[in-house]
Design a binder for this molecule. Structure first.
Ligand code: AQP
Length: 333
């Protein structure tokens, strides 16, 4: 608790241009917590280097991700917005928690298996211990609730297991966090292969809709989306492409699947794809405008980063020194 409020933490990697998966599964839901909870939203740049990044691009995307947080409705006065590498306690706690996490547990993480397959020439130790850094991010703030897409469920469960294990050895130290996985938008799939997750690092730009894509690009990408040969707009097993488009349409319009089925009864996939593209582009247009305004004001973004880092550092250091005391590290004034 901070000032009688429960705590929310979440983060996004600046590892590419953000997608509507990142938006619908995570960022769009963040602002709903701002009034009731004390919220920490982080740009997790330390996580991003588990995959090779071009330094100048990583720097630019860190600013862009912060600007997108704000453009998507996160008010820096109400939320602590910060960059992970500005708060050294994340890396420090991760080292200690590595020693309370089992090799076997990390070996079972599906994201490690997926990313190792994708980056076979760079299966580094950071990729393997990524979930421990994520646990540290969450546990440092004594987080109660973590809003994430369903792909992060396994990592979140590991964070809970680490907290419970540490608390069991040393007495209560960490709050054991709960996940918040949004009912809609939990997993947005690739437009080219609707059986795999839409990811910002997908090399096929046509498979991915970026938050900052132009209206024309968004409509063009949806027009090319893979569907099926059955020509019926119906949410059903085996219709992965249509199910994905219906989920995206639902997220942007608030309509239920049954209403969508009625709306497009007797119509073809072409009409439906155009409607999904337009709903998506219209919903994102204000975000794009606000993003451009913010990116033109670097000094403002740096002010937000600095204020966020100061506040995050204060809370993170409190937890870290508690952890160090419990472990038995000596402390000097
Ligand atoms: N397709 C998705 N559907 C729903 N939620 C998603 N998220 C990501 N993709 C989808 C959610 O976005 C948040 C931030 O994700 P991240 O940047 O930390 O890493 P990620 O999950 O690995 O996202 P990407 O886009 O797939 O990045 P790359 O390609 O760099 O690995 C998380 O809450 C995630 O659930």
């Amino acid at each position: 608790m901070i000032a009688d409020k429960k705590i929310v933490f979440s983060g996004v990697q600046p590892s590419g241009n953000l997608t509507i998966g990142n938006y619908l599964g995570a960022i769009k839901n963040f602002s709903a917590f701002s009034d009731e909870y004390k919220c920490f939203y982080c740009v997790v740049d330390l996580h991003a280097v588990t995959v090779r990044q071009v330094p100048a691009e990583l720097r630019r995307r860190t600013y862009e991700t912060l600007a997108l947080y704000i453009a998507c409705g996160l008010d820096p006065e109400k939320n602590t917005l910060f960059v992970q590498s500005h708060v050294p306690a994340h890396a420090e706690l991760a080292w200690s928690l590595n020693c309370y996490t089992m090799f076997g547990e990390l070996s079972r993480m599906t994201q490690f298996k997926d990313k190792s397959a994708k980056h076979a020439n760079n299966i580094n130790a950071g990729l393997f211990t990524y979930p421990v850094l994520m646990a540290s991010d969450i546990l440092l703030y004594q987080t109660d609730l973590v809003p994430v897409g369903v792909d992060q469920k396994q990592h979140l469960e590991l964070a809970r297991d680490i907290a419970i294990r540490f608390n069991g050895v040393y007495s209560d130290t960490f709050t054991v966090p709960e996940g918040y996985i949004p009912p809609a938008g939990m997993k947005i799939m690739s437009l080219a292969d609707p059986t795999s997750k839409m990811s910002k690092s997908d090399p096929n730009a046509n498979a991915v809709v970026y938050i900052l894509d132009s209206k024309d690009d968004i409509i063009r990408k949806f027009k090319r989306a893979v569907t099926d040969s059955d020509c019926e707009i119906r949410y059903a097993e085996g219709k992965d492409g249509i199910n994905n488009l219906m989920s995206i349409y639902k997220c942007f319009t608030g309509k239920e699947f049954s209403d969508i089925e009625r709306e497009f009864d007797g119509k073809g996939y072409g009409d439906f794809k155009l409607a999904v593209g337009e709903a998506c582009a219209d919903a994102l247009a204000p975000v794009r405008g606000e993003f451009e305004r913010l990116m033109a004001d670097k000094a403002y973004l740096e002010g937000v980063m600095k204020a966020g880092a100061d506040e995050a550092n204060y809370h993170a250091r409190k937890t870290l020194s508690k952890v160090y005391r419990k472990i038995g590290f000596t402390q000097i004034k």
